[in-house]
Design a protein around this ligand. Sequence first.
Ligand code: ZN
Ligand code: ZN
Length: 229
Amino acid sequence: MLLCDFHIHTKYSDGSVELRRTIDLFGQAGFDVIAITDHVVNGDNGIGKLAHRFRLSVRENNFDEYISNVRQEAERALDKYGMLVVPGVEISKNYLSSEKSAHILLIDIKEFISASWSFEKIFLAAKEQEALIIACHPHHMSDFSRETLFLWNNRDKYAKYIDAWEIANRDDVFNVISLKKYPYIANSDFHRARHLYSWKTLLNCEKSVESIKQCIRHNKGVAITLFRN
Ligand code: ZN
Ligand code: ZN
């Protein structure tokens, strides 16, 4: 099965490791598929404005540069490690209340999508680009300051747009996803080198972007594993 991690941050947002070094860490650890998913933060409130000021967000004016650098690194990763690297973002709608906040991975994104848009507009734009839509850390976490509960609390309205939910994020496991029988994957939410050791996804499919998206959407041949040194 393919060893995969679809939730990875670099210095393009709040990760502490440069893109190139991140690729090397995962390549040397033997990963088959990864997605680089730096934050795109909503700029419509104080928290978002600070994130933009401190460059902790990919912005509309550097999105193309970000994607083209990820694609360039993807070529190197395929050559050097046989590892597939897919460009993505984590749409990050941050509010003071965790009940209003939501984070969404868009994997295989091609054009900029703003985190200040409405949920419907984001989901429809992502579908148009055929990006994979993943609800991140959807339930209570060991670090409650990172909680984002909006999508879970509004699942009756939004589940139809979501291709899969994170059933595990780094050290946390969300049993509600399994109880609801929602499609699932597991990711590191990598920000530092030590986050390499965390929950991961295993996929039984071909190593191509299309096969991976299909495998996750159908959610057959999917497993999770706790990757340790
Ligand atoms: Zn997040
Ligand atoms: Zn994240």
